[in-house]
Ligand binder design. Structure first.
Ligand code: ASP
Length: 435
């Protein structure tokens, strides 16, 4: 019997997880049982993915850069990558602003609902605000200072320091290019082999993906807040989702026009990574799979994907920036504030920066939203308004984040003549870890 393609298996796992949780909530002990016996498997699955994120970045980036052989190639690819990342982010924020202004979701929030939401989520929102406060008490060049680690082992000890690990890997890769080949060969061979091992580990973890997402979604359903509050925020959530869909449509168009690949080819190739992004709400946890899919299934040569994707997972968050713009304007609308054109332009700039600064982990976008609100003079208490629906929207924006990275990697690959045929054909899309 032909095995179901991976993306279908994952989708099935998600649907069954939701259905299972809905059935279980009918029993008084159901939610607790899921928390005790099902959720841990989801947590283990995410941990396994995160476990390989740092080794993967190190191995893939060092390999990718040393494969480039000369520094001028690196700088041309680097500049192109950063330019495209910033450009797509600005487009995303602009779409977010356009949609939220056109739909005006905050206009329909009654004062009662507003108070109810602030009451219900004020405490949790406050903790996000405090987390942001910690980040804010720093000078303008803090991001630059943070980029350079003073100890690589310390940096590699937390997934939050991915940018520092990237810095080290790029630096190491450059060093490797600059030394004579007879000296670099053994290091390169080691890194190549190490990289292969990590990719194989990704394959193995992905075998558990359908079960992992089952557990993740089941746990999410039993922990979700009441449906009433969800409904009150329906239009706001609609704006975010609509904006994200438009953005994904733009990616498909770019891939079609520039890389000459059809939407179905692209979506089938990147699908499992998107589903995983949705289930985990973390671009960092999804990174190993994004890399595997883009390289094996979309035909981007490893030289490009191993450079573009780790950087993208950390700094390119189109979905997050779009959401931040929508959320900021929604809160302003709910509090009856008018935003001038100047303020809106400022939101484009701050949301772009805030999304670059957001860590690739669940909920990070909301912490950085505080900066955008602060800039535009929008009350931070408004965070409580959007808290109830943040998790589902986080899941959706992470999908856009990952899709954006994959798109840019295809464009960069195409422009460098490094977009070939996929190694794995979709009609034989099963994972064969022993193959
Ligand atoms: N969860 C998002 C990501 O990892 C970041 C965010 O918007 O919260 O890509």
């Amino acid at each position: 019997m032909k095995k179901l393609a991976l993306h279908w298996q994952i989708l099935l796992g998600m649907v069954l997880g939701v259905v299972f949780a809905l059935v279980m909530t009918k029993f008084s002990w159901g939610a607790e049982a899921i928390g005790d016996w099902i959720k841990p498997f989801g947590t283990i699955f995410i941990s396994a993915l995160k476990l390989i994120a740092i080794p993967l970045i190190l191995a893939a980036l060092i390999k990718g850069i040393s494969d480039l052989k000369d520094i001028s190639k690196l700088s041309s690819m680097g500049l192109r990558t950063i330019f495209l990342y910033v450009l797509t982010t600005v487009i995303a924020v602009t779409i977010g602003l356009g949609v939220v202004t056109a739909v005006n979701p905050g206009g329909s929030i009654s004062e009662d609902t507003r108070n109810e939401l602030v009451e219900a989520y004020g405490g949790e929102a406050e903790s996000k605000r405090l987390a942001a406060e910690d980040q804010k008490n720093t000078g303008p060049l803090q991001a630059l200072i943070d980029l350079v680690p003073s100890n690589i082992f310390e940096a590699a000890s937390s997934n939050r320091n991915m940018l520092q690990v990237i810095f080290f890997a790029v630096f190491f890769g450059i060093g490797l290019i600059l030394i004579p080949e007879e000296k670099s060969k053994s290091v390169k061979d080691f890194v190549d082999g190490f990289n292969e091992v990590i990719l194989k580990m990704v394959d193995l973890i992905m075998l558990a993906a359908p079960y992992g997402v089952f557990a993740l979604l089941a746990a999410l359903v039993v922990e979700a807040p009441s449906a009433d509050l969800f409904a009150a925020l329906g239009w706001y959530a609609f704006c975010v989702v609509l904006g994200l869909l438009i953005m994904i449509g733009i990616y498909l168009l770019i891939v079609k026009l520039y890389a000459k690949k059809s939407p179905s080819f692209f979506l089938k190739g990147i699908g499992p990574a998107q589903l995983l992004a949705f289930s985990t709400s973390s671009s960092a946890a999804t990174l190993p799979v994004t890399m595997e899919r883009v390289t094996e299934h979309l035909g981007v040569e490893e030289e490009v994907s191993s450079f573009v994707l780790p950087i993208g997972a950390t700094i390119n968050m189109d979905g997050t920036s779009l959401y931040q713009a929508v959320a900021a304007v929604f809160i302003a609308q709910a509090f009856g504030m008018e935003l001038t054109l100047g303020t809106q332009l400022g939101i484009i700039a701050t949301a772009t920066l805030a999304s670059i600064g957001s860590a690739a982990v669940p909920g990070a976008g909301m912490v950085m939203l505080v900066g955008v609100l602060g800039y535009a003079g929008i009350p931070e208490a408004g965070l409580a308004l959007i808290f109830a629906v943040d998790r589902p929207l986080d899941m959706c924006r992470t999908v856009a984040n990952v899709t954006g990275d994959a798109t840019v990697s295809m464009i960069v690959a195409k422009s460098q003549g490094k977009l070939g045929d996929p190694k794995v054909k979709e009609w034989n899309d099963d994972y064969h870890p022993q193959a």
